[in-house]
Design a protein around this ligand. Structure first.
Ligand code: GTP
Ligand code: MG
Length: 195
């Protein structure tokens, strides 16, 4: 999947105004600060296309990036961010839920997990919820550069066990710093788009 062109399209705060040209979409979910925006930048090989930040809660809207004029990568606000009001959390929750359950061009979801930690309750709920909607999911364990080789294997095993993954279900190890896993993620996206 050679990425020749990537451009920011727009931010959206509600479903009504989303693009209606029927290009297929791949969305990113995961808790706040897990590295969703960084993954987009790494995949498209652009430092700052998607705004990333060490402060959780950076992405607060549904952000569309158009790739090769042919599909969208969709950056969603992260979940589980403590420092937002309950009202705002509920508003985002509803927006994300509506998007994930009702967005016709959505072909698949990349769910990001922090390789350093076991999946949170929100991660588990999100996965179950996506399964319920029979949404193709690509699981990516990110920040792989932050763990030793030993920890990596150990932590991947914990994630697989928590999610009840069978051995053949892929779990890609990724790092936005070293580029580990970039080609695997691209190949998996290509597969989802081809289905
Ligand atoms: P929200 O927009 O708040 O939901 O966060 P996000 O999931 O988009 O995370 P973002 O990409 O903004 O990254 C959060 C922080 O983690 C930033 O400081 C990134 O530089 C850092 N980060 C992201 N991916 C990696 C990675 O693979 N390795 C390391 N070491 N740091 C990473
Ligand atoms: Mg973000």
């Amino acid at each position: 999947l050679p990425i020749k062109k990537a451009e920011f399209v727009s931010c959206f705060v509600d479903m009504k105004s989303l693009p209606d040209n029927q290009l297929p979409e791949i969305a990113l979910v995961g808790r706040s600060n897990v590295g969703k925006s960084s993954l987009i930048n790494k995949i498209v090989n652009r430092k700052n296309l998607a705004k990333s930040s060490s402060t959780p809660g950076k992405t607060r809207t549904i952000n569309y990036y158009c790739i090769n004029d042919s599909w969208y990568m969709v950056d969603l606000p992260g979940y589980g961010f403590a420092k937002v009001s309950k009202t705002e959390k509920e508003k985002w929750g509803r927006m994300i839920e509506k998007y994930l359950s009702g967005r016709e061009p959505l072909r698949g979801v990349i769910q990001l997990l922090d390789i350093r930690h076991p999946p949170t309750q929100n991660d588990i709920l999100m996965k179950e919820w996506l399964n319920h909607y029979q949404m193709p999911i690509l699981l990516v364990a990110t920040k792989a550069d932050k763990v030793s080789r030993n920890e990596k294997q150990k932590n991947l095993a914990v994630i697989k066990k928590t999610f009840n993954l069978s051995p053949e279900q892929p779990l890609i190890t990724f790092s936005a710093v070293t580029g580990e896993g970039v080609e695997e993620v691209k190949a998996a996206i290509e597969e989802i788009l081809a289905e």
